[in-house]
Design a protein around this ligand. Structure first.
Ligand code: THU
Length: 127
């Protein structure tokens, strides 16, 4: 399997999702080929939950990465789980029109461009 997808599936195993029981993993490949992973981390106040995609991206940013090639998102759904709206916004700001691969534990895979999932984005060009 594509290592990026395998990393997203593996990261999903670390999800802290006691409230939703919906485990998500993410992996992002930077311009140097390094893979940064994340899982969703829930909170009893719910609203402070952070999605797997933002955990992976913020980990990457905090390690100094600034350019990215691909993102993978893993969840155990037959209809593959896409990033939520908040994650699409944040991914757009840091990654632009990046490739996003969705995968499930049965190795079903679909690939999208962020622009297609998030048309007409707001970003810093409007400020
Ligand atoms: N979640 C993610 O981590 N990424 C997604 O793309 C969709 C949703 C998490 C947030 C929450 O912990 C759980 O899945 C249910 O919404």
């Amino acid at each position: 399997m594509d290592p990026l997808l395998a990393c997203a599936l593996a990261a999903r195993e670390n999800a802290h999702a006691p409230f939703s029981n919906f485990k998500v993993g993410a992996a992002i490949e930077d311009a140097n080929g390094r893979i940064h992973t994340g899982c969703n981390v829930e909170n009893a106040t719910y609203g402070l939950t952070v999605c797997a995609e933002r955990v992976a991206l913020f980990k990457a940013i905090s390690e100094g990465a600034r350019q990215f090639r691909r993102v993978a998102v893993a969840a155990d759904t037959d209809t593959l789980t896409p990033p939520c709206g908040a994650c699409r916004q944040v991914l757009w700001e840091f990654c632009g029109d990046i490739e996003i691969a969705l995968v499930n534990p049965g190795s079903k895979v679909e690939t999208f461009r962020l622009k297609d999932l998030f048309p007409r984005p707001f970003d810093a060009s409007y400020l």
